[in-house]
Design a protein around this ligand. Structure first.
Ligand code: HEC
Ligand code: HEC
Length: 190
C-alpha cells in the first residue's frame, strides 16, 4: 500500500516537472549546448550568459536578429526566432544566478590591470562586478579569452558593434593592455 502511494507521488512529481518545462526552457536547451548547463560556460572562448541583465541580453539578441551587431557565429542562429522568443530567452537567462568562473592571474597582471581599467570603472565598477546600469554586462569571472576577443571587435572600426561609448573607451587602451584587462576582470570573484 505504502509503496503504491510512493510510486503515485513520484509520478505526480515527474508530471509537474514536465508541465513546468515550457517553450522557453526548450529553446534555452539549444543555447546550453554551447553556453553550458544553465548558461554557465565551461569553455574559454564561450561566454557565460546566466544572470546578465535582462536589458543587455535582449539588446544583444535583437541586434543580432536585425543584423545591427557583428557576430562570427551567433547572428545566423537568431534569424529563425521571433522577437517575442528572444525577449523570453533574455528574461529566462537573466533570472538564472550569475556564476563567476574565477581565473587566477599573477600579481603583475593584476597590478597593471587595475591601472589600465581605471577609465572603465565608472560603468563596470572596480572589478567588473558592479555595472552602473542594466545595459552593461558583468565582467568579473567572465572568460578572459572571450572578453579579449570582444574587446578586439569593439576596437576595430569596421566591426559592427553599436555601443559607441564602449568602443571609444576600449580604443584608448594600449594594445598590450587588452589581454591584461581581460585577465584582470576574469580573476575577480565579484
Ligand atoms: C554553436 C554555439 C552556440 C549556440 C548554440 C548559442 N551560442 Fe550564444 N554565443 C556563442 C559564441 C561563440 C558567442 C561569442 C560571441 C560571438 O559569436 O559573437 C556567443 C555569445 C552570446 C551572447 C553574448 C554574451 C555576452 O556576454 O555578451 C549571448 C547573449 C548569447 N550568445 C545568447 C545565446 C542564446 C540565448 C542562445 C540560444 C538561443 C545561444 N546563445 C546559442 C555560441 C553559441
Ligand atoms: C560608458 C560606459 C562604459 C565604459 C567607460 C566602459 N564600458 Fe565596457 N561595456 C559597456 C557597455 C554598455 C557594454 C555592452 C555594450 C554592447 O551592448 O555592446 C560593455 C561591454 C564590455 C565588454 C564585453 C562584455 C561581454 O560580455 O560581451 C567588455 C570586455 C568590456 N566592456 C570591457 C571594458 C573595458 C576594459 C573598459 C575600459 C577600457 C570599458 N569596458 C569601459 C559600458 C562601458
Amino acid at each position: 500500500m505504502r509503496s503504491k502511494l510512493l510510486i503515485a507521488l513520484a509520478t505526480l512529481g515527474l508530471a509537474s516537472l514536465t508541465a513546468q518545462a515550457g517553450p522557453t526552457e526548450d529553446l534555452a536547451r539549444t543555447c546550453n549546448a554551447c553556453h553550458g548547463l544553465n548558461g554557465v560556460s565551461v569553455g574559454p572562448s564561450m561566454p557565460s550568459i546566466a544572470g546578465l541583465p535582462e536589458k543587455y541580453l535582449k539588446s544583444v539578441l535583437l541586434q543580432w536578429k536585425s543584423g545591427e551587431r557583428y557576430s562570427a557565429t551567433m547572428g545566423r542562429h537568431f534569424t529563425g526566432y521571433t522577437e517575442a522568443e528572444l525577449a523570453a530567452l533574455a528574461t529566462y537567462f537573466s533570472k538564472l544566478p550569475y556564476v563567476a568562473v574565477v581565473q587566477p592571474a599573477d600579481a603583475k597582471v593584476m597590478a597593471r590591470g587595475k591601472e589600465a581599467t581605471e577609465r572603465c570603472e565608472t560603468c563596470h565598477g572596480a572589478t567588473g562586478g558592479a555595472p552602473d546600469d542594466d545595459e552593461t554586462p558583468k565582467l568579473n569571472g567572465q572568460w578572459a579569452q572571450y572578453m579579449e576577443l570582444e574587446m578586439m571587435k569593439y576596437r576595430v572600426e569596421s566591426t559592427k558593434m553599436p555601443h559607441k561609448k564602449m568602443r571609444g573607451n576600449v580604443k584608448r587602451l594600449a594594445e598590450e593592455d587588452v589581454p591584461v584587462a581581460a585577465q584582470f576582470y576574469a580573476a575577480q570573484p565579484k
